[in-house]
Structure formats: structure tokens, C-alpha cells
Ligand binder design. Structure first.
Ligand code: HEM
Length: 512
């Protein structure tokens, strides 16, 4: 085929796409009463829309590039679904933050309907049941009451420090165990000893099965919901068997710890914890079912988020030793070296507070948050946003905005220093916005503080060495998933002194 023919065909195809896209946009204009245009966005192909544009991983990087072309609000059609990406904190605040019509969640066929997570706090539709959930969670997790968990956090963190001391190379497993211990204790009063604990194994398995089906493209039934009616025996319907397995594990994960709490209550020996209190205080019909879903949701939501953030902490410390030194000298000055840090030291450690903000910004855990569903047609900045749209904030894009955070790849707590500092606080967007804001953010904040300050007080973190004693540069790319983790990396974690190691050993002996 002659080169000119190929060019002509290509130009013809582009012209056809553009014509179809314009037609689609015109149709949208007709269907909205104010006659406003949809926000700008990439050209949609007939039937499949923009799906070919969308990467399976790290979509936020593309959205950020697109924001330079299309602006703060991007519209896409993905098959028959509307999708809107908000690239600025203003748009995210104005819409997700302030308007209740953005508080719903999308229906998720695989994870939600088939695997049974649709009644979790995170995925449930906005409505009475969600409100009931949040009313039960609030008295146990609001900013004024999370101090009640401090002594449990202190105990679990001491065990974690000891794990780091004994097996520094397994630091990610130690973070995971620490996070499981904490959430199982706080939610159910279950004292987890090790990673083989039956409740932990069950929970890890359920979350693993859930995480496998969530990435875009992982389950075709998400794109073609009619597939859910196909029986499991039909060739190619392997997703039904996977869904059944996932549903069973999720059910066991939710049932087993609550059954334990109920037994303890019946015996009169229940430990004070979220579930005990919630069961005693909520006696309406169906309360137990609600509490079961809340327990499983909080455990699932707490795990990977905490693990990802604290793993990134080790990465940041290995890469930016000057930050580590400054943080350690602040701790030495305030706490000294004769005891472990406590919650009481917190207000005297402003650099540590800035370090935590920078950690949340530098490696955002949920780079596009969790999608919100719009329940009514809406209008914003001269654009029409159709009812039913999946609306996401490009949280990663906001965190990397050079006009707000100069040299954004650099880990620099200094950018938040000073009493009059008005740099956009990552706490105001990395935990979500509006009604669906993270239900565990105050608890998470306290957990991050105690972990970070305790590790910095007792350990030095540096890059791993190869067999020639040369430093190994950690790979800076991340996994690119919905809950984003750094790719596995090695680092050296060594006690700052014999005295620091002894502090840990003494504290463990004291607690056991
Ligand atoms: C560093 C740790 C954490 C981060 C960065 C984080 C971030 C988030 C984000 C971005 C959302 C979505 C908000 C939205 O849709 O606008 C969310 C939701 C949620 N988080 Fe967290 N989270 C963390 C830890 C936790 C912990 C420890 C718990 C429980 C103890 C928790 C429980 C939840 C729940 C239940 C939801 C769903 C809220 C709803 O849909 O109503 N999170 N979190």
C-alpha cells in the first residue's frame, strides 16, 4: 500500500473519531437542560469510549499530563460510563468536599456484588445504611476519642520495634504484623501474637482476594455486568468460581472475630473494644449485621494503607539521610536517649509532624482516592457533569503540583515548617474529601506518629549495601495499584546504639 494511502486512511480514521466524539458531546448537550458542554477530555471511540487511552497502572500520571492539555476537569466516556477526573484541590474540594450528591460509590460487580463487599463501609451506596455505619464508627474513631487507644498503640509499637531489632530485613512483614495486631485489638479485643494467627491469616487472604479483582481490567464482569448471570460451569466463567471463593473468605473474615466477641460477651469476659461496645449499645434489628460489616471494612481499610505509608517511610529515610538526622536530633533534644518517645512528646516535636505530612504527600497511598458516584446531574465552572458519573480526584497530581510543592520529588518536611506556614496540608486531601472521608484518619495519624517517632529514636536507616560494600540505590518506581506501594526494596536498619537496643528489650520484657 502506498505511503500516501496509509496517511489518507489514518487521517480519515482520525476525522471519523473526532466527528463521532463531537456528536457524542452534542448529544450530552441536548440531554442537559442548561445546555452546558461536558468538560474537555480525550477523544472517545465509538462503543468503547476512551478505554484504550487508560493504562492499567498509575493512571494518575496520565491524568496529570492531560491536565496540562484539558485543564482541571477532564471528562471521559469509558464504554457506556461517564468518568470525570478532578485535577485541582479547588475542584476536588468544591465538588467531592462540599456537595452531598458526590457521596455515593459506584456499583462494583466483582468485588461488591459477587464477592460480597458491597455492604462494606467503603463500597456501600450513600444512604441510610451508610449513615448508620458512620454513626456507629464516629464515637470510637473521632479526633476527640482516639487517645483511648494510646496504651495499646504503645504496647504494639514496642513489639514492632523488637521485631525490627530481631529481623530488620523483614521490616515490611513487621509493619504488616504491627498493623494487624493493632486493628484486631482495637476492633475485637483479639490479641494477635504472630503472623500465623488464624484471624490474621483469614483477613490477609480475604484482602488478597479482594485486591486481585479491583485493578481496572482485572474482571471483565466489571465492564460487562450482564456476565454475572453466566453460571460457573460455563467455559470462561472462571470469575464465578473466583468470586465464590472470595465471597466465602470475606464472610469468614467478617464472621469469625465477631463470633469470638459474642462468645466472650456471653461468658462475661469480653475485653473492652469497638465490637463489644457497638454490640452493647446498638440493639436495633440488624445491628449485628451492620457491626460485622463495619468490623471487616475497618480491618480491610486499615491494613494496606498503613503498611504502604510506613514502608515509604523507610524508603524516604534511606534516601534522605539529612532529614533523618534532623528528626533524630529533635527527638534526642525533646525525649533524650533514656526512654522511648510517647504521645505526650508529640506537641514538642514539630519537625516530626512536618515529616508525617511530607510522607503522606511524597508517596500518596491512594493516588486517585476511592471513586465517588454522582447521584444527580451537576454543573460546575460552565460544564455539565452527568448523573451517574464516576468522579475521582487526582490526589497524586495535587501532591506533585510544583506551584504548591516546589521540587515535589524531594522529601522535604521543611516545606511545612513554621507557625504561619500555609502550604496546602496533605492531611486535607490524602484521606479523601467530604462525607466519604476516611473513617480511620485520626487513628491512622496517631499510629503513624508513634511508629515513626519510635523507629527514629532507636534505629538508623540507610541504603542497603552490595557484596562490595557499595550502596544499592532503591528503585523509586511504585506498584501503580489503587492502593499504591513502593516496589520491594532493601535497606539497612540498625540500632542507633546499644542503649537504644536495650531500651527496646527492656520495654518488651516489661510489657509481656
Ligand atoms: C495512612 C493511612 C490511611 C490513609 C492514607 C487512608 C485514606 C483513605 C482514603 C483516601 C479514603 C477514601 C475517602 C474518599 O472516598 O473520599 C479512605 C476511606 C476509608 N478509610 Fe482510610 N486511610 C488510612 C487508614 C485507615 C484506617 C487505619 C482505617 C480504619 C481504622 C480506615 C478506614 C477507612 C474506611 C472505613 C473508609 C471508607 C469510608 C467511607 O466510604 O465512608 N482508613 N481512607
Amino acid at each position: 500500500m502506498a505511503f500516501s494511502t496509509i496517511i489518507q486512511l489514518a487521517l480519515g480514521a482520525v476525522a471519523l473519531y473526532v466527528a463521532l466524539d463531537i456528536q457524542h458531546r452534542k448529544r450530552a448537550r441536548v440531554s442537559n437542560p442548561q445546555g452546558l458542554p461536558l468538560p474537555p477530555g480525550p477523544v472517545a471511540l465509538p462503543f468503547i469510549g476512551c478505554v484504550l487511552h487508560l493504562p492499567l497502572k498509575s493512571s494518575w500520571v496520565l491524568y496529570e499530563k492531560w491536565s496540562k492539555i484539558y485543564g482541571d476537569i477532564i471528562y471521559m466516556k469509558v464504554f457506556d460510563k461517564h468518568m470525570v477526573v478532578l485535577n485541582s484541590i479547588k475542584a476536588a474540594n468544591d465538588l467531592l468536599g462540599k456537595r452531598a450528591i458526590y457521596a455515593d460509590r459506584m456499583r462494583m460487580e466483582m468485588a461488591g456484588e459477587l464477592m460480597g463487599w458491597s455492604n462494606s463501609v467503603t463500597l456501600i451506596h450513600y444512604g441510610d445504611r451508610w449513615r448508620r455505619y458512620r454513626r456507629i464508627i464516629h464515637p470510637a474513631f473521632n479526633s476527640g476519642v482516639v487517645d483511648q487507644y494510646q496504651s495499646s498503640q504503645q504496647r504494639v509499637v514496642v513489639e514492632y520495634l523488637n521485631d525490627l531489632l530481631q529481623a530488620p530485613d523483614s521490616f515490611v512483614q513487621s509493619i504488616r504484623l504491627m498493623s494487624s495486631k493493632l486493628i484486631m485489638w482495637v476492633m475485637y479485643g483479639i490479641r494477635v501474637r504472630d503472623a500465623q494467627d488464624e484471624y490474621v491469616v483469614l483477613s490477609e487472604e480475604a484482602i488478597k482476594q479482594l485486591n486481585e479483582v479491583i485493578p481496572p481490567g482485572a474482571a471483565m464482569v466489571e465492564l460487562f455486568p450482564f456476565l454475572r448471570h453466566i453460571p460457573a460451569w460455563v467455559p470462561g466463567a472462571g470469575f464465578q468460581r473466583r468470586a465464590k471463593l472470595g465471597r466465602e473468605t470475606a464472610r469468614k473474615m467478617a464472621d469469625a472475630p465477631l463470633e469470638y466477641v459474642k462468645q466472650q460477651l456471653a461468658l462475661g469476659s469480653a475485653t473492652p473494644c469497638f465490637a463489644t461496645k457497638a454490640l452493647q449499645e446498638n440493639t436495633y434489628e440488624g445491628a449485628e449485621e451492620d457491626i460485622k460489616h463495619i468490623g471487616a471494612s475497618m480491618s480491610a481499610a486499615a491494613g494496606d494503607t498503613t503498611v504502604s505509608t510506613l514502608t515509604s517511610f523507610f524508603l524516604a529515610m534511606a534516601l534522605f539521610p539529612e532529614v533523618q538526622k534532623r528528626a533524630q536530633s529533635e527527638i534526642d533534644r525533646v525525649v533524650g536517649t533514656g526512654r522511648l518517645p510517647s504521645f505526650g512528646d508529640r506537641q514538642d516535636l514539630p519537625y516530626i509532624q512536618c515529616l508525617i505530612k511530607e510522607l503522606l504527600r511524597w508517596r500518596v497511598v491512594l493516588p486517585i482516592g476511592i471513586g465517588h458516584r454522582l447521584t444527580e446531574d451537576d454543573y460546575y465552572e460552565g460544564y455539565y457533569i452527568p448523573k451517574g458519573a464516576l468522579v475521582v480526584a487526582n490526589v497524586w497530581g495535587i501532591s506533585q503540583d510544583e506551584s504548591v510543592y516546589p521540587d515535589p520529588q524531594r522529601f522535604s518536611p521543611e516545606r511545612f515548617e513554621g507557625e504561619k506556614n500555609n502550604t496546602l496540608d496533605p492531611f486535607s486531601y490524602t484521606f479523601g474529601l467530604g462525607r466519604r472521608i476516611c473513617a480511620g484518619m485520626h487513628f491512622a495519624n496517631a499510629t503513624l506518629y508513634l511508629n515513626i517517632v519510635s523507629v527514629l529514636a532507636t534505629f538508623n536507616i540507610s541504603k542497603a549495601l552490595d557484596e562490595h560494600g557499595r550502596e544499592i540505590e532503591p528503585d523509586l518506581t511504585d506498584e501503580g495499584g489503587i492502593i499504591n506501594h513502593p516496589l520491594p526494596f532493601k535497606c539497612r536498619i540498625t540500632p542507633r546504639s546499644t542503649a537504644a537496643a536495650n531500651l527496646i528489650l527492656t520495654a518488651v520484657l516489661h510489657d509481656s
